[in-house]
Design a protein around this ligand. Structure first.
Ligand code: NDP
Length: 444
């Protein structure tokens, strides 16, 4: 049996009931086959794949908090410190009822390669909790965040592990967590990114993932003789990534006609109104059913359906496995040209393969959404210097990073004979740097 197959089998056996983690490992290792096969003897001797699929460390802890009626609740908190070969662990904190160890491990594993692709010195980690922020009062959110950080603060620090936001963890939650870290540890340091501007946050961090997605998409299209201008785009999600992806797509001359949330989706033939979307989601924290009040010409539909709309470009920006084989078939039948992932692993393996077989340009999340973590690393740099850069400076660095990143994955794919396969390109380019650093640092 090949080394890759052996490790996939081992991961499934040793980590039962963690399907998302299995899926991520499979996706990455399958596309590394060509590199692993070429170095099999050395990699086997160094147990390199065993080391890369096993987190360096993982924490699971109790998070008790009291609601507004005096009722105590207990959630589970996680932090997985996956790989620190190229820098301090870096990766977001997800607050969502679906969170479990397998999901955090899938995200942490992906994060290793994504962070490597940014070209910046950051290792891979991820964390979160099964706490559901929906419908909670500000005080309840604060109570949860303080309790969560009371335990998490033992394991993180500006030079060891620097968490950030993710689903359910926005500026408000980061603020409460930062306050509690400072209070307990007594240090004012850049231990979290995605902070507010008044206490060490970076300009353009809020926009970074969505903007970065579009900078990369535009570069990818340009290199394939296409342009984003005049294209029709479907975006899923209505959160941080989706909102700024829509905004930048519109600035670049595309028309975005959809957005969605966990209960339904909107189709706006005249192009999504970003100001309305921001008010509904960022200010009122309401459902997308509200959108029709702002745009009477739009349609609201319950459930899933964004991928049934005829578009040139699809940008899944909500959550994992939200675009399956059936969706891929519909998009291809409707003539989709490109799919670039704003979310982490939103496309199932079967759907990805279907796109690739049908000549659709497909860029995986670990490359396409790396703008968020790249800008988090720029926030860390600003915190270390105790300086803040202008919006334009951060945005232009972000653009440079995303353009370079695209060329790195494109070149890695070409080097190994997989021209145009950006999944293989991203995994190889991310992997090579991490392996190089791990090898240099010995068996640790
Ligand atoms: P948000 O919480 O801001 O938004 C998530 C959006 O997706 C919301 O509109 C939410 O709906 C919707 N959603 C969540 N779960 C589901 C579900 N099960 N089915 C349908 N819709 C769902 O998160 P972000 O925008 O920050 O993150 C989106 C994705 O991008 C995630 O995969 C995240 O890991 C990834 N990502 C985020 C980065 C960042 O910088 N924020 C960086 C890199 C990747 P509702 O409004 O109803 O909650």
């Amino acid at each position: 049996m090949s080394y890759v197959d052996e490790i996939i089998e081992q991961v499934i056996k040793q980590n039962p009931a963690e399907p998302e983690f299995h899926q991520a490992v499979k996706e990455v290792l399958e596309s590394l086959r060509v590199v692993v096969d070429a170095n099999e003897e050395k990699f086997r001797r160094d147990a390199l794949l065993e080391r890369i699929v096993n987190p360096e460390r993982q924490f699971k802890f109790r998070v008790p908090w009291v609601d507004d009626k005096g009722q105590v609740h207990v959630n589970t908190g996680y932090r997985v410190q996956f790989n620190s070969a190229i820098g301090p662990y870096k990766g977001g904190l997800r607050l969502h009822p679906s969170v479990n160890l397998g999901i955090i491990k899938f995200l942490g594993f992906e994060q290793i390669f994504k962070n490597s692709l940014t070209g910046l010195p950051i290792g891979g980690g991820k964390g979160g909790s099964d706490f559901d922020p929906k419908g909670k009062s500000d005080r309840e959110i604060m109570a949860f965040c303080q309790s969560f950080m009371t335990e998490l603060c033992k394991y993180i620090g500006a030079d060891t592990d620097v968490p950030a936001g993710d689903i359910g963890t926005g500026a408000r939650e980061i603020g409460y967590m930062f306050g509690q870290y400072k209070r307990i540890r007594g240090v004012y340091e850049g231990v979290l990114t995605g902070k507010g501007l008044s206490y060490g946050g970076s300009l353009a961090r809020t926009e970074a993932t969505g903007y970065g997605l579009l900078y990369l998409t535009a570069e990818m299209l340009k290199c394939n003789g296409e342009t984003i201008e005049g294209k029709t785009v479907a975006v899923s999600g209505a959160g941080n990534v989706a909102i700024y992806a829509i905004q930048k797509a519109q600035q670049l001359g595309a028309k975005v006609v959809t957005a969605s949330d966990s209960t339904g989706w909107v189709y706006d033939p005249d192009g999504i109104d970003v100001a309305a979307l921001k008010e509904i989601k960022e200010v009122n924290r309401a459902r997308l059913t509200e959108y029709k009040k702002y745009r009477p010409n739009s349609e609201y539909h319950e459930g899933k359906g964004v991928w049934t709309v005829k578009v040139d470009i699809a940008l899944p920006c909500a959550t994992q496995n939200e675009l399956d084989l059936e969706d891929a078939k519909t998009l291809v039948a409707n003539g989709v040209l490109a799919v670039c992932e704003g979310a982490n692993m939103p496309t199932t393996l079967e759907a990805t393969e279907y796109f690739q077989k049908n000549g659709v340009y497909f860029v995986p999340g670990k490359a396409a959404n790396a703008g968020g973590v790249a800008t988090s690393a720029l926030e860390m740099s600003q915190n270390s210097e105790r300086l803040s850069w202008s919006f334009e400076e951060v945005d232009s660095k972000l653009k440079g990073i995303m353009v370079n990143l695209f060329h790195n994955i494109d070149n890695a794919a070409k080097k190994y004979g997989f021209e145009g396969n950006y999944v293989v390109g991203a995994n190889i380019a991310g992997f090579e740097k991490v392996v190089d650093a791990m090898t240099a640092q010995g068996i640790v």
